[in-house]
Write a protein that binds this ligand. Structure first.
Ligand code: GLN
Length: 572
């Protein structure tokens, strides 16, 4: 029976429940336990694929093709795990399943009601995701007191009865404000969150207190009295510079030991934080810093949301830098500024590297192409992610192969040189306006070209070996095996996650190759069509693009090979 740790948030959203949950997981891993994490999202969207990224942060893609809220990404980055899409439970999924079952006659003769059918479906999903782990963390999205949370809290209370209280603990993450006019840390909102939680019959076993500063003894005692839990279980989580510091801070309060004790357990191994601490130190005080420009389409959004909608790229650059003690300073440049006024391209001279991230549609595309051209000609390290690969192919086709009107049919459906085109299966989907969960999603295998720079990076970082193991695992599941495509024995094959509809048009591969564009990896579909997954240029310090989103597989201590190669090249 796995032990369950339910994490709920009080007072307000955005206090860092996701990173706290991930940090607890990391701590338990460090004490020798197998951990997984589940995120409950109380919205009615079936998944996060159709949410607005500038409001909800970027869409996270799992190996098995789920489009999920970014909290699952936080878990993966901390826990160095591939977490499947079933670990994200939304209200939409729960209700859809119950209604579908009702239509299929599974409840024939019964009145289908909120209780017991909805909590039962929630519990079933939690149990399925918990299998084979020592600990399962369950983060309840939203804030205690939200109406939308109620079905989930009800289900969890019922789960507590099923598994026994000895197998389930509650953690409440709250926020303690320090109003500037009184300069005193206030516990009242936390007291109220505790009371609200108790309305669902839930009493926290631990309270993690987010605040600007660590809590003093007086505050801890106050919460102890109000929540009726020992002040030892009131844990401080003050503001920090990097989220990766949180497990270290929580361990200063011996949280791991305390949680284990709550379950009557002991550490399986002596935690060793040395490597993690070194990486955190590298992030905080790097030996040197590189300056990177991310050239994208940024419209109508403030700085805060901007960073959030590219969080994985941000993190992947940081992980890569931390692995060799280089800091990354990220600058967001609106590609539109490179459209009309070509002179501003010279601004790119001051950067050590340029990234063109994923994107959709026509806006700002010519500016991105101009920036890529500048990086190619001026030998500035370049990393193209998904759209960033597609636009690099267009740039090369136009300026090196002389196909002046080369384009993607996403932007110009009538171009005579459609170097980037949609796959026939995707065309049908687009014609039917079926937008939810219909892109080429999830992990696809790519066979890498011998002696390519891309292959070298996957070898150097150890990812090639890791992915070969992961492919064996995924092959056990039929639908996953189909996604992986044709795998040839002896070929060096890696896995990255995808989220796109358009591809390098196989008809143009020959022309591009002849002019020197190296396709360093391809995916082979069961109909034998080869889809190009990587490009690179020789005689350039670093010019690499991928059709995938390698940022989704970057973890602290296990950086993504392409980001590793890119940041390294930027630092030279
Ligand atoms: N718009 C492009 C496509 O759909 C690229 C998508 C992306 O960058 N994720 O293929």
């Amino acid at each position: 029976m796995p032990k369950h740790i339910v994490v709920a948030g009080g007072v307000m959203s955005g206090v860092g429940k996701g990173v706290t949950t991930a940090s607890i997981g990391k701590i338990l891993q460090e004490h020798g336990y197998r951990v997984t994490a589940i995120k409950i999202d109380p919205y009615i969207n079936y998944d996060a694929g159709t949410l607005r990224p500038t409001e909800h942060g970027e869409v996270w893609v799992t190996d098995d093709g789920g489009e999920i809220d970014q909290d699952l990404g936080t878990y993966e980055r901390f826990l160095n795990l591939d977490i499947p899409k079933r670990n994200n439970i939304t209200t939409g999924q729960v209700y859809k399943t119950v209604i579908d079952k009702e239509r299929q006659g599974e409840y024939l003769g019964q009145t289908v009601q909120f209780i017991p059918h909805i909590p039962d479906e929630i519990k079933k999903r939690i149990k399925e995701a918990s299998n084979e782990h020592d600990f399962v963390l369950i983060e309840v999205g939203g804030t205690i007191g939200d109406y939308e949370n109620i079905p989930f809290l009800f289900a969890i209370k019922s789960l507590e009865r099923d598994v026994g209280k000895q197998n389930l603990a509650y953690v409440l993450v709250t926020y303690l404000p320090i109003p500037s006019h009184i300069e005193e840390m206030k516990t009242k909102p936390t007291q109220q969150a505790i009371r609200l939680l108790s309305e669902s019959g839930i009493f926290p076993d631990f309270i993690i207190c987010r605040a600007k500063k660590p809590l003093d003894v007086v505050r801890k005692k106050k919460i102890e009295t109000y929540a009726n839990i020992i002040s030892e279980h009131v844990i401080s989580e003050p503001d920090i510079e990097t989220v990766y510091q949180i497990p270290l801070d929580l361990e200063k309060e011996r949280l791991g030991e305390k949680i284990l004790k709550e379950f009557g357990m002991k550490s399986k191994k002596q935690p060793n934080w040395q490597k993690w601490k070194q990486l955190v130190d590298n992030i905080l005080k790097p030996k040197k810093t590189v300056k990177i420009a991310i050239v994208g389409k940024y419209i109508d959004i403030g700085d805060y949301n901007l960073a959030d909608s590219y969080i994985s790229i941000n993190q992947a650059l940081m992980h890569a830098g931390a692995s060799f003690n280089v800091g990354v300073e990220i600058n967001w440049l609106d590609s539109k500024m490179f459209e009309d006024n070509k002179r501003s391209l010279n601004e790119l001279k001051s950067y050590d590297g340029i990234v063109v991230p994923g994107g959709f549609g026509a806006s700002g595309v010519e500016g991105k192409i101009n920036a890529i051209s500048y990086a190619r000609i001026n030998k500035i390290p370049y990393l193209g992610l998904c759209y960033g690969l597609q636009l690099a192919v267009i740039e090369f086709a136009r300026n090196v192969c002389g196909l002046k009107d080369a384009h993607t049919t996403e932007v110009n459906p009538k171009t005579a040189s459609p170097v980037i085109d949609v796959q026939p299966a995707q065309r049908e989907i687009l014609e039917k306006n079926m937008y939810g969960g219909t892109m080429r999603l999830g992990a696809y295998a790519a066979a890498l070209k011998d002696k390519s720079q891309v292959l070298k990076l996957y070898q150097e970082t150890g990812r090639l070996k890791e992915d070969e193991k992961r492919i064996d695992e995924l092959m056990k599941d039929k639908t996953q095996a189909f996604r992986l495509g044709i795998l040839e024995k002896g070929k060096k094959t890696v896995l990255e996650r995808h989220r796109h509809r358009y591809e390098v048009n196989p008809k143009f591969v020959g022309i591009l190759e002849k002019k020197g564009l190296v396709f360093s990896g391809y995916y082979e579909r069961f109909d034998k069509t080869r889809l190009m997954e990587y490009i690179e240029l020789e005689k350039h310090p670093f010019f690499v693009g991928t059709q995938a989103h390698p940022e989704f597989k970057s973890r602290l201590g296990n950086p993504s090979p392409l980001f590793y190669g890119f940041v390294k090249a930027c630092g030279r």
